[in-house]
Ligand binder design. Structure first.
Ligand SMILES: Nc1ncnc2c1ncn2[C@@H]1O[C@H](COP(=O)(O)OP(=O)(O)OP(=O)(O)O)[C@@H](O)[C@H]1O
Length: 245
């Protein structure tokens, strides 16, 4: 469960996120979408405990992030769009290191299963410098999932993946949700959001333009239940001439 209550993020005098509240329940995948500068990254970083909110609170698995950051972060994984790896650790050593950090005792079988899911089983002895961009992304994902997080944040998770990798990644997200994880997926790829997400939060200028199940948001903004998420996005954000043919 991810619970965000009245989250405000200011940078100096500028307010990037205005009193935002939402919750992602176990099994839900919430798509966080919005135009450039809407406040998505600021929100995600606050939820992940990377930067502090100016006001408001975040609870992960029922644990207040400010009151007990270590316990709250133990329940969570943040998968950034740009993989950050250790140059001198192999794939297998990355998993061993992350397992020690999170106190995952029986990590080997779990790590191998995650690597296999991502088509990385035969890459265990390689260093990041020997991996392609997409493989690095997959390794970052494997590291993030090793401790079986119940709250998972994906920021543009398909960046650099080939079509097979993208399909694997979508399966991984659906699988995590089916196992009861609460997931936030931030992406500009509205097709991906439409395929994977059960819920939507559309942000603009740091404010929620829409929040709810995909069906509810669609019903609110589009007259037609078959309208694409792209249409819903433009209607909700007023970003484009929606009357275009
Ligand atoms: N460290 C910072 N200092 C000052 N302003 C910032 C900082 N980080 C972000 N902002 C501002 O906050 C606003 C929201 O930025 P943010 O990166 O959260 O948006 P975003 O929705 O993730 O955008 P994008 O889709 O382009 O990644 C923007 O106006 C940005 O200029």
């Amino acid at each position: 469960m991810i619970e965000v209550d009245s989250l405000t993020k200011r940078y100096g005098d500028f307010t990037a996120v205005h009193s935002l509240s939402f919750a992602v329940k176990p099994g839900e995948v919430m798509g966080l979408v919005g135009p450039n500068g809407a406040g998505k990254t600021s929100t995600l970083r606050c939820v992940a405990g990377i930067i502090p909110p100016t006001l408001g609170s975040v609870r992960l698995g029922g644990i207040d992030l400010k009151a007990d950051p270590v316990a709250a972060k133990r329940t969570m994984a943040f998968i950034p769009d740009e993989p950050r790896l250790f140059e001198y650790l192999t794939v297998a050593q990355h998993l061993a290191f992350v397992a020690r950090l999170y106190g995952v005792g029986d990590y080997k079988a779990r790590g191998e299963a995650i690597l296999a899911d991502l088509d990385m089983a035969d890459k265990q002895a390689l260093l990041p410098g020997e991996l392609s961009r997409g493989m690095k992304q997959k390794l970052a994902i494997a590291c993030g999932l090793l401790h079986a997080p119940t709250a998972v944040i994906f920021d543009e998770p398909l960046t650099g993946l080939d079509p097979r990798g993208m399909r694997r990644m979508k399966d991984v997200m659906r699988g995590l949700a089916a196992q009861g994880a609460a997931i936030i997926l931030s992406s500009h790829l509205l097709g991906l959001v439409e395929e994977v997400c059960t819920h939507l939060l559309i942000l603009k200028d740091g404010r929620a333009m829409a929040d709810g199940s995909v069906a509810d948001v669609r019903a609110r903004f589009a007259s037609d239940s078959t309208s694409s998420l792209e249409d819903v996005f433009f209607l909700a954000t007023g970003e484009e001439d929606v009357a275009r043919p």
